[in-house]
Design a protein around this ligand. Structure first.
Ligand SMILES: [Zn+2]
Length: 163
């Protein structure tokens, strides 16, 4: 994806109030992120371990989603598959929950997703971050196809949050 600024990220949130979007923690050093290797930018809130965020581009528009996740201590230790990049790591996949955008969210509706706990799916897909042997099922897809699948999966999630 193209490099984003803090301001762009803050204004792209679809499922929290403007005040929350203004206050939440956006990672420092945005200019140094490996943007060309990212299908989405995801990060955990260093001040609030039960919060995570992701931002991606959907039909040419930036969409950022606020997520809740269990605290590290309660991460399940059984092997779970990330539904975005399809990696399986022990304890490294979390069920995260996003309140839906708009009225549906205010009424308490949310969308859940199993996703890599460090939100680094893009780097796992590209082999830029190490996975344990057996974390990936053998596949005949090319790298390009795997990247496309990651983009499709994250977009489908964001569509569900905004629907
Ligand atoms: Zn993943």
């Amino acid at each position: 994806m193209r490099p984003l600024t803090e301001q762009e990220i803050r204004t792209a949130f679809v499922n929290c109030t403007k005040g929350e979007a203004k206050r939440l923690s956006v990672p420092r050093g945005l200019a140094d992120r490996p943007w060309e290797d990212l299908d989405y930018l995801g990060w955990r809130d260093p001040q609030a371990p039960d919060r995570a965020y992701l931002v991606t581009e959907l039909d040419g528009r930036l969409r950022a989603v606020a997520l809740r996740c269990p605290r590290p201590a309660s991460w399940r230790l059984r092997r779970t598959m990330c539904s975005v990049c399809l990696a399986t790591h022990t304890g490294g996949v979390s069920l995260m929950v996003a309140p839906k955008a708009g009225k549906a969210g205010q009424q308490g509706n949310s969308v859940g997703i199993y996703i890599c706990s460090d939100l680094a799916c893009s780097l796992y897909v590209r082999g830029k971050k190490h996975l344990d042997p057996g974390a990936r099922l053998p596949e005949s897809l090319t790298l390009e196809e795997k990247i496309q699948r990651t983009v499709t999966n994250i977009a489908a999630f964001v569509v569900k949050v905004t629907a």
